[in-house]
Design a protein around this ligand. Structure first.
Ligand code: ZN
Length: 444
C-alpha cells in the first residue's frame, strides 16, 4: 500500500472544497450545475469518465465510477452539492468566500455537505494517482437537491438512472465525530432514520357574526384537540439502534445520572423509570418515541367573523417499523372527538429498517475510528431528521452516515447556522479516517 501524507492530501482536498464553496448552490434554487462541472473537470484531468445527470437545465447530479474487480457489490461515496441559505449580515466571513483564518476554512457547506464531497473527491484522486487496485467498484455520487427533499437528486437518480448508482452499500452524511476537550470522544455511525409524516387536523364550525358566539367554534375545538394531543404521551420504545446508543451513552459517562439511566434502560425493575428520565433530554426523547410537533396553526379571516374552519399541521416522526394507521388511531383516541378530521401525508423518507451494524462497511468504519482516534467509542446512531440515505435504503442499499470531521458541539451547531467552518486539521484527520476505511472494504 502507498504511504499517504494526509496533511498534504488534506491541503489538496481543502483547495477542492474552497473552489466548490465559492460556487453558490443555495437551494432553492439549487442550480448545482457549476459545482458538478467543477468536479467533472477535476476527474477528467485524471482520465476518469464522470457523468453529468441532469434533471433540468440548471440542476445536475454527478456520478463517477472507479472500476473494481467485482469481488463485492459497489460502494457509493455519497454527498450533496446544494446548501441551505445564509443570513449574510450575521456572518463574519463571506459565506461564499472560502476564507481561511486561524486554522479553519469558512463557508456555507464546509461541513454540510461540500466538505464530504471534497474529501471523497480527494480520496478518488489518491486512488487514481497511486493506481490502487480495487476489489469492488467505487462510485463518487454528488447529488442535487438534498436540502429541499431530494426530488431532483437522489429520488430522481433512483427513478431514472438506477443502473448507474446500483450498489451494495453507501457512505453518506448523517453521523458524527464528536470532539470534546480536544479529543475525539466518540464516533456515531448513522444506520437508521425516523420516518417523517405530516399529519393534518381540520375542524369545521358554523360561520357567522362574532357578536353571537356559537358552541361549535372551530378554534376552541381545534385548540382542545391539540391540548389533548399534548397531554397524550406516545409510548417510549427501544429498537436495536437505540439500545446500542444507550449502551454507548452508559459507557461514555458511567458515573452521571444519564449514564446510570442509560445502563438501566431495559432493567425489569427500573427500566420504565429510566426511560422516562432519559426522555427529558430532547434528542433522547425523540429517539425513544414517535414524536409529535405542531408546526402550523391556521384559522380565521376577520376579527368579527366566526371561522368556518381551523387547521393544524403536526410534524410527526415515527420510529422505523411503526405503522402509521395505528399511530393515527392512537391520535384519534387521544383527541376523543369525531368531528376533528385527521389525515396524513408521508414525508420524503420511506419506512425502512435500519442498515445492520454487522455490515462490513460499518465494521470497517468502527476499526478505522480506533486507528485514527485511539480511545474513541463507536456506536450506531438514529437520525431524527431524514437524509438521502432514507431513499437509498428503501431501494435496497445499506447506508451508513458519517460526518468524518471531528467537531465540537459548538461547531456542529454552525451547520445551517452562521460562520459554518471546518478545521484544516480536522479535514486531514477525516481524510485519513475515510482512507483507512476504504483500505479495508474497497482496496484489493
Ligand atoms: Zn446535508
Amino acid at each position: 500500500m502507498p504511504q499517504i501524507d494526509f496533511t498534504k492530501a488534506g491541503e489538496e482536498g481543502i483547495k477542492i472544497l474552497s473552489e466548490v464553496i465559492r460556487i453558490n448552490t443555495v437551494n432553492p434554487p439549487g442550480d448545482e450545475l457549476a459545482a458538478a462541472l467543477s468536479y467533472k473537470k477535476l476527474f477528467e484531468e485524471v482520465d476518469l469518465k464522470p457523468e453529468l445527470l441532469k434533471p433540468s437545465e440548471a440542476r445536475a447530479n454527478l456520478v463517477v465510477r472507479l472500476q473494481g474487480k467485482g469481488k463485492a457489490g459497489p460502494l457509493i461515496l455519497l454527498s450533496h452539492l446544494d446548501v441551505v441559505g445564509v443570513e449574510r449580515e450575521k456572518w463574519k466571513y463571506d459565506p461564499f468566500g472560502a476564507t481561511v483564518d486561524d486554522g479553519f476554512l469558512y463557508g456555507r457547506g464546509a461541513i454540510d455537505d461540500k466538505g464530504m464531497g471534497a474529501l471523497f473527491a480527494e480520496l478518488v484522486l489518491l486512488i487514481v494517482r497511486h493506481k490502487i487496485p480495487l476489489k469492488r467498484d467505487l462510485l463518487f455520487v454528488a447529488c442535487a437537491d438534498e436540502e429541499a427533499g431530494g426530488k431532483l437528486g437522489i429520488s430522481w437518480l433512483i427513478e431514472n438512472h438506477r443502473e448507474k448508482i446500483f450498489a451494495e452499500a453507501a457512505i453518506n452524511e448523517g453521523g458524527r465525530v464528536k470532539l470534546n476537550n480536544g479529543k475525539v470522544e466518540y464516533v456515531a455511525i448513522q444506520n437508521a432514520e425516523k420516518v417523517p409524516y405530516h399529519i393534518h387536523l381540520k375542524v369545521r364550525g358554523t360561520p357567522g357574526h362574532a357578536s353571537i358566539p356559537l358552541p361549535d367554534n372551530a378554534i376552541f375545538r381545534l385548540a382542545k384537540a391539540l391540548a389533548k394531543i399534548e397531554e397524550y404521551k406516545t409510548p417510549l420504545k427501544l429498537n436495536d439502534t437505540t439500545r446500542a446508543v444507550f449502551k454507548g451513552v452508559a459507557e461514555l459517562d458511567p458515573a452521571s445520572p444519564t449514564g446510570f439511566f442509560a445502563r438501566n434502560v431495559e432493567d425489569p425493575l427500573i427500566g420504565a423509570f429510566a426511560r422516562e428520565q432519559l426522555a427529558k433530554h430532547p434528542y433522547f426523547n425523540s429517539i425513544l418515541r414517535n414524536s409529535i410537533a405542531p408546526t402550523i396553526f391556521k384559522s380565521g379571516i376577520r376579527e368579527n367573523v366566526l371561522p368556518s374552519e381551523a387547521e393544524a399541521t403536526l410534524n410527526c416522526r415515527l420510529l422505523p417499523g411503526e405503522r402509521i394507521d395505528e399511530f393515527i388511531s392512537e391520535l384519534k383516541r387521544a383527541v376523543g372527538d369525531d368531528t376533528v378530521e385527521i389525515s396524513f401525508r408521508q414525508g420524503k423518507a420511506a419506512d425502512v429498517s435500519p442498515s445492520p451494524a454487522s455490515h462490513e462497511v460499518f465494521q470497517a468504519l468502527a476499526r478505522s475510528t480506533i486507528k485514527t482516534w485511539p480511545g474513541a467509542k463507536v456506536f450506531p446512531f438514529m437520525s431524527t431528521g431524514a437524509t438521502d440515505s432514507a431513499e437509498l435504503r428503501a431501494s435496497g442499499v445499506a447506508c451508513f452516515g458519517i460526518l468524518p470531521f471531528p467537531l465540537t458541539e459548538a461547531d456542529e451547531a454552525r451547520m445551517h447556522g452562521h460562520d459554518e467552518r471546518v478545521s484544516l486539521q480536522g479535514f486531514a484527520e477525516g481524510l485519513a479516517f475515510m482512507y483507512r476505511t476504504l483500505e479495508e472494504v474497497v482496496f484489493a
